[in-house]
Design a protein around this ligand. Structure first.
Ligand code: B12
Ligand code: SF4
Ligand code: SF4
Length: 296
C-alpha cells in the first residue's frame, strides 16, 4: 500500500483541490452490503457479492448526469470509491454521515458500519450538511478486545501490517509466521471488529447488486483450484484481487489453523504447486495439523 504514502498522494489527500482545482463541494455516499456470518472458511461480507469497483462508478456517473441536467450546464467532477488518494472516512464524517469508531470504521447511528463509501467532487457549491461531531463509542472496547492480532491502536488507526484484512488481501508476499496462527479461518478480509460492534445489530437492507452470490461454503476442495477455475469462480468478485496464488496461500494457512488430518493429502499436493509462495504455506499448514494431531 505504499502508493498511499507517496508525497504526491499525501498532498492530494490533504487538499482535494489538487485533484479537482474547481472543487467546491464533495458529495459523500454510503452503499450497504449484507453482513454475513458463515462458519466455514470465512470471507469478508463486502466481498461475497459482485465487485463494488465495477458496480458503483456507473451509478456515480448517473448522479453527475442528473446534477448537470438540474443545473443546465457541465459540472467539473471526479468520483471515487476506494479508488483514489482521498480520506474517505474523514470526508464522510465531515459530510455528517457518522463518526470514526475505535475500530477506525465510519459508523452511522442508524446503519452501523457495513457499507462502502463513495465520493463525488463537484465544481459547484451545494448546500452542505453539518459535520458529525459526537462520538458514540463511549467506554466500549469490544473491537479492541476481539481483534485477533491486536492491531487496533489507541489513536483510532490500525497497524495495517498485522491486520488480517491487509495480510489476506493487499499483501502479495508471505503471511509473516508470527501472525499466521492469528488469521484463523479468514481467507479474504476480516469482519471481526465490525461483527462485535453493537452498532451493527440493526444493519439496513443490502444493496441488491452487492448481495452474496459466490458458492458457499468454501471447502478444502478449493485447494485444488486451477487458474482457469479460480478465474471462472471469482469472475466478478473482489476476490480476484488476491489472484489464485494469494487465495491459495490464505486457504492453506486457514486449513492449517482450522483443518484436520483429512486435509493432508490436498496440502501435500499443494506442496508441489508451481508457486513457491503456495508451496511454503502448504508445508507450514501440513506441519501445523500434524503437530496438533500428534503425528510429529
Ligand atoms: C488503506 C485501507 C485499508 C488498510 C488500512 C485500514 C485503515 N484503517 O487505515 C487495510 C487493508 C487494513 C484496510 C482494511 C479494511 N478496509 Co479499508 N481502506 C483503505 C483505504 C484505501 C485508505 C484508508 C486510509 O487512508 N487509511 C489511513 C488512515 C490514517 O486513515 P483513515 O483511517 O481512513 O482516517 C483517519 C484520518 O482521516 C485521520 N484524520 C482525521 N482528521 C484528519 C485530518 C487530516 C488533515 C489528516 C491528514 C488525517 C485526519 O483520522 C482518521 C481516523 O484514524 C480506504 C479508502 C480511502 N481512500 O479512504 C479503504 C476503506 C477505509 N476500507 C474500507 C473497508 C470496508 C475495509 C474493511 C472492513 C475490509 C474487510 N472487511 O476486510 C477492513 C477494515 C479494517 C479496519 N478496521 O479498518 C472502507 C470503510 C467503510 C467504512 N464504513 O468505514 C473504505 C472507506 C473503502 C470504501 N470506499 O468503502 N483498509
Ligand atoms: S479487520 Fe480483523 S484484524 Fe483488522 S482490525 Fe478488524 S478485527 Fe483486527
Ligand atoms: S465495538 Fe465499541 S469501541 Fe469498537 S467501534 Fe464499535 S462501539 Fe466503538
Amino acid at each position: 500500500m505504499e502508493y498511499l504514502a507517496s508525497d504526491r498522494n499525501r498532498n492530494r489527500r490533504a487538499d482535494p483541490k489538487l485533484i479537482l482545482p474547481e472543487c467546491q463541494s464533495i458529495l459523500v455516499l454510503a452503499i450497504p452490503y449484507r453482513p454475513v456470518s458463515h462458519s466455514s472458511f470465512r470471507i469478508a461480507s463486502y466481498a461475497l457479492g459482485n465487485d463494488y469497483h465495477d458496480i458503483i462508478p456507473p451509478r456515480l456517473q448517473e448522479i453527475v448526469n442528473f446534477i448537470e441536467e438540474q443545473v443546465g450546464h457541465p459540472v467539473p467532477n471526479r468520483y471515487y470509491t476506494d479508488t483514489g488518494p482521498i480520506l474517505e472516512r474523514e470526508l464522510a464524517k465531515r459530510a455528517g454521515l457518522g463518526w470514526i469508531g475505535k475500530n477506525s470504521m465510519l459508523i452511522n447511528p442508524q446503519a452501523g458500519s457495513t457499507f462502502l463509501l463513495a465520493e463525488i467532487l463537484l465544481g459547484i457549491e451545494l448546500e452542505f450538511d453539518e459535520p458529525f461531531t459526537t462520538d458514540h463509542c463511549g467506554t466500549c472496547t469490544r473491537c479492541i478486545d476481539a481483534c485477533p492480532t491486536t492491531c487496533i491502536l489507541p489513536n483510532r488507526t490500525i497497524d495495517s501490517r498485522i491486520c488480517i484484512s491487509y495480510l489476506t488481501i493487499e499483501n502479495k508476499g508471505p503471511i509473516p509466521e508470527h501472525v499466521r496462527d492469528k488469521t484463523g479461518n479468514w481467507i479474504f478480509g476480516c469482519d471481526i471488529c465490525q461483527q462485535v460492534c453493537p452498532w451493527n445489530r440493526f444493519s439496513p437492507p443490502a444493496d441488491a447488486e452487492l448481495e452474496p452470490n459466490i458458492p458457499l461454503p468454501i471447502s478444502t476442495e478449493s485447494l485444488n483450484l486451477t487458474s482457469p477455475e479460480f478465474n471462472q469462480r471469482f469472475k466478478r468478485s473482489p476476490i480476484q484481487r488476491a489472484k489464485r496464488r494469494g487465495y491459495l496461500r490464505n486457504l492453506a494457512v486457514a486449513t492449517g489453523n482450522a483443518g484436520s488430518e483429512k486435509d493432508i493429502p490436498a496440502l501435500e499436493k499443494l506442496e508441489q504447486d508451481e508457486e513457491p509462495l503456495v508451496q511454503e504455506h502448504a508445508k507450514w499448514a501440513k506441519e501445523k495439523i500434524e503437530r496438533r494431531s500428534g503425528t510429529i
